[in-house]
Design a protein around this ligand. Sequence first.
Ligand code: RB5
Length: 152
Amino acid sequence: MIAIGSDHAAAELRKLVKDYLENQEIPFTDCGTDESPSDYPLIARKVCTMIQNGEADSGILLCGTGIGMSMAANKHRGIRAAACSEPYSAKFTRLHNNANVLCMGARVVGSGLAQEILDAFLFTEFEGGRHQKRIDMITEIEQNESGTGGTY
Ligand code: RB5
């Protein structure tokens, strides 16, 4: 299950992504919003909470640049969000960072590029191995920052 959300700046791109997921028969939950204007941190929270609760495996967050969404998403424990504007980064953030949220900017990418980025993100598996140690280090930073332990 994929949780998807956007603010007003990316409502059209969200529709395109939903059509894409439907065509691929990939289940998703739409966390909105159709409100305009809207505040992207609230949508990021909805999508990330679904992942934290195990109701979604990953998320797609869309705003004007993809950057605000990624900043908000990365404040959530266990979330590794990547703002991508080309497929190479989307592929490698899965391979090496085990990213669980893809962020894109509707004012940055066109519909064709967005689909290629989605393909790269959705159909690439985490490589594990030496990269897992580094993910664990990120988790330790997170725990340390929230006062629950960690050495970094
Ligand atoms: C909204 O105008 C815009 O600021 C938002 O969509 C996003 O790009 C923020 O990072």
